[in-house]
Each structure stands twice: as C-alpha cells, then as structure tokens.
Design a protein around this ligand. Structure first.
Ligand code: DWN
Ligand code: SAH
Length: 407
C-alpha cells in the first residue's frame, strides 16, 4: 500500500489510468522511440483527505531547460493574473517597500504586474527556458526549485517577504513539507501566502480527469489544505473560488493565530463533508464516470471519423490532453493533428500516441469538420475568436463535463 505524502498513513489507489508518458514531453521525430512511461494512479488518504498521485517521475524529467508550457499563451490568463496582482497590490502592499515572492513564476505572467508597479519582487522558476523569458522582461527571477534551503538564501539576500504567491504550482510539488517550511521561514509574521490550484470538487463534479497527470501530484480540497498547513503551525484563513482552469480555489494562508479566519472556510469545509468528500464512495463513483466518459468519447470519435468520414483536429496540445489521448487510445487513426499556438510544441508529436502538433494556421487554412477541444478550460476565449470555424460548418467536440458535440 502506498504511504501518504502528507501524513504517512497507508491508503489504497481508487483509479488507475495505465502507463503514461511525461505529459509535457512533446517529441521531436528522432525521439519517438525513447519515451519514459510510468504508472498513473490516484488515491485518497482517508486520514488527511489528500487526493494524490501514487507515483511521481523525478522533478528534473518534468521541469527543465525545455519546459513546454508558457503561461502567457492565453490572453484570459494574462488578464486573470493582472487582476490577481492588482488585488494583492491594493490589499497587501501597503507597507514601506513591500517584497513579493512568487513560486513557479514561469514567463512572468503574474510578476510583470509587480515589476511595472515598481514593487520589489522575486520569482522562483526552475524551468530555465520560461525563466529566461521573464528575465528578458526585466523580472527578477532565480532559476531553481523552491524549498526550505532556498528560502534561507532568499532571506539572506532580500529579507523576509510580505506576500508569497503560487498559482498552479503547489499541487506540483511532492516534497511539499520542505516547501511549506520554506514559506513559513520566508514569510513575515503578518504576511500572507496566497496560492491557487484546480479544486477537487470541480474535478469530481465535471469528471475532468484530464487534470490528472504527472505534474499534478495533489488535488486539493479545503479539508486537505487545512490539515496540511496545520501540520506546520500555519492556518487557512480565507478562500476564493475561481473559474480558471475549469474551476480552481484560491487559498489565503497566514501564520497561526495571526489573522481572523473567515466563515467561508468552515462553510466550504462543511459543504465538502456533506458532499461525501471524506469517504471512499464519491471517488469510486468518479472512477465509474471516468470510464463512461472514455467509452463515450471513443464511440463518438469513431462514429464521426470512421463511419461518417469526417475530419477531426485536436485544438490545444495541453498537458491534460496527454491523459485523454493515452488513456482513451486516441492517435492519428482518429485525430489528424493537434493545432497549438506555442512555437516550441509545433513540429513535434504528442507524448505517447504521437499525433503531430501543428501551427494554428494549419487549422484555419483548411478547417476540419470537427475540432476536439483539448483546451476546454479556455473555451470562452477560444469560442470568442473562432466564429469563422463555426460559420464554415465546423463543430466542437468536448468531453467536460460530458462528451458532446456543441451545436
Ligand atoms: O498546471 C499547469 C497549468 C497551469 O498549465 C501545468 N502543469 C501545465 C499547464 O497545463 P495545460 O498544458 O493543460 O494548460 P492549458 O493552459 O490548458 O494549455 C493550453 C494550451 O493550448 C497551450 O499549449 C496553448 C494552447 N492554446 C492555443 O493553442 N490556442 C491556448 C489558447 C487559449 C489558444 O487560443
Ligand atoms: N504559475 C504559472 C505556471 C504554472 S506551471 C501559471 O499559473 O500559469 C507550474 C510551474 O511550476 C512550472 O513553470 C514549473 O517549472 C514550476 N515549478 C515546479 N516545481 C517548482 C518548485 N519547486 N519551485 C518553484 N517552481 C516550481
């Protein structure tokens, strides 16, 4: 039985997806034969309620000098982080010469707002290629993995932080205890650690099982986050539900007994418990929903392409799509190619099932009959700009919250 990364209790996995490649390892033609695979399984620890990956590939296999995800590819995400930064500046940057630290700052999508406002800031980003984009924008960035040791070095050079932020990062880190100890050391006594990640309740309700892949080690809920920070004498003091990435939660953490705790925390925690988040049944039901989603999707794609002879192209070579394509066995016999605006993914092949990734113009120059929306979390942004595809008679296929053709 695996051991919980949070509390060392034993737990049993409730779902297995079979072997999976590294989700963001888009392959050059000469790399197709040398892929790494691992067993993708998830379980819930019924002692601390943390939903987690059973096996994790090493961090260096995922975050390196050629990390495929550049945060600023979505215009809506740029706006989301501008609003996030502006609220932090307004509410928490009142002290003299405040210092803001961001973990997993990627290409600077969040910190550029602090840099532009002349606020002292520092990004910690281990993936060198994206860190360099931020540095070129004039954003102070250390290219390394954040942990307790690095926190001490940051203090030595910069002093303590008023605010520490992390978006879609904490859930990526299996050595989370060292990271939280680092945050505790680096954060001023009256400071806040504010982080956001995909929310377990949204994943369950939408059967968005494609959020499950190597980089996402944890699937947070209010209950598991509370337990985790209490182990470090820190406290969850407020929450804010968010629409991004298909439903996320923003968590506000403070040193223990330093801030009043919003009633929202208990309300949402009670809601989770009422939904059955603390017992096994809901996760077993999720497994059944995932299996149904898989068979519905394969059936639809086969009907559309093999029986009706229609062209299907994937839209957005997301990390999430690696889980869908590998778990459902989707390859070029069903999907012609995947279009994506990220230059470093283009001309490569998706991990595992080796569908070619092509530049966006290959989609718009010759619209397919159907577009399989792998970037479903950006649906609003994508639909708003793809009016011509729709006018040409093109249709969208989605699988979240259920498999369907959007009319
Ligand atoms: O947690 C993570 C999140 C924040 O980002 C990381 N582990 C990795 C990554 O996950 P993802 O790859 O599933 O993220 P997205 O934001 O769903 O990826 C969107 C992809 O679609 C990018 O490759 C860019 C592309 N795209 C596009 O081709 N046209 C996106 C938009 C909005 C578009 O219009
Ligand atoms: N914050 C951005 C990027 C999320 S992708 C956004 O929301 O769009 C996750 C990022 O976390 C990657 O850029 C990865 O390199 C970084 N990361 C992984 N482990 C880390 C660690 N220990 N410390 C800091 N960043 C880390």
């Amino acid at each position: 039985m695996p051991t919980c990364l949070i509390c060392n209790n034993n737990y049993a996995p409730f779902i297995s997806f079979g072997t999976m490649p590294i989700a963001n390892n888009f392959l050059r033609p000469d790399q197709l034969d040398e892929e790494y695979f691992f067993e993708l399984q998830v379980g819930i620890c019924l002692n601390c309620y943390m939903v987690q990956l059973v096996n994790q590939p090493s961090r260096e296999m995922m975050f390196h000098e050629d990390y495929a995800y550049y945060s600023s590819t979505s215009v809506r995400q740029v706006i989301h982080f501008k609003n996030f930064a502006e609220s932090v500046i307004k509410d928490y940057c009142k002290s003299n010469n405040p210092f803001v630290v961001e973990l997993g700052s990627n290409d600077g999508i969040m910190l550029q707002n602090f840099a532009n406002a002349g606020i002292r800031h520092l990004g910690i980003e281990p993936s060198k290629n994206v860190a360099q984009v931020a540095i070129k924008k004039g954003i102070n960035t250390i290219c390394d993995f954040f942990d307790e040791k690095l926190a001490m070095e940051i203090i030595k050079d910069n002093g303590m932080a008023d605010i520490i932020q992390a978006a879609n990062v904490l859930c990526h880190i299996p050595y989370i205890h060292s990271v939280i100890e680092g945050i505790k050391t680096l954060l001023k006594p009256d400071g806040f650690f504010i982080f956001e990640d995909p929310y377990m309740v949204d994943i369950l309700e939408k059967t968005s099982y494609d959020q499950i892949y190597d980089e996402h080690v944890f699937y947070f809920s209010i209950s598991s986050v509370k337990f985790l920070f209490e182990q470090h004498n820190m406290e969850l003091v407020d929450i804010k539900p968010l629409k991004v990435h298909g439903g996320s939660m923003r968590y506000f953490i403070a040193h223990k007994c330093k801030k009043s705790v919003s009633s929202r925390v208990k309300e949402q925690s009670d809601k989770e418990s009422g939904m059955g988040l603390h017992s096994q049944t809901i996760y077993n039901n999720f497994k059944q929903n995932v299996e149904k989603s898989k068979s519905d999707l394969i059936q639809l794609l086969k009907y559309v392409h093999l029986e009706q002879g229609k062209r299907i192209v994937g839209y957005g070579a997301t990390s999430k799509s690696t889980t869908i394509t590998n778990y459902c066995g989707i390859n070029t016999s069903l999907v012609e190619f995947i279009c994506d605006t990220t230059p470093s993914k283009q001309g490569k092949f998706n991990p595992g099932t080796h569908i070619p990734v092509k530049p966006y113009h290959e989609f718009s120059d010759n619209y397919p009959d159907y577009a399989l929306l792998f970037a479903w979390n950006h649906a609003e942004e994508i639909m708003a700009k793809e009016g011509k595809f729709h006018e040409s008679g093109g249709k969208w296929i989605t699988y979240v919250p259920k498999v369907q053709v959007l009319e």
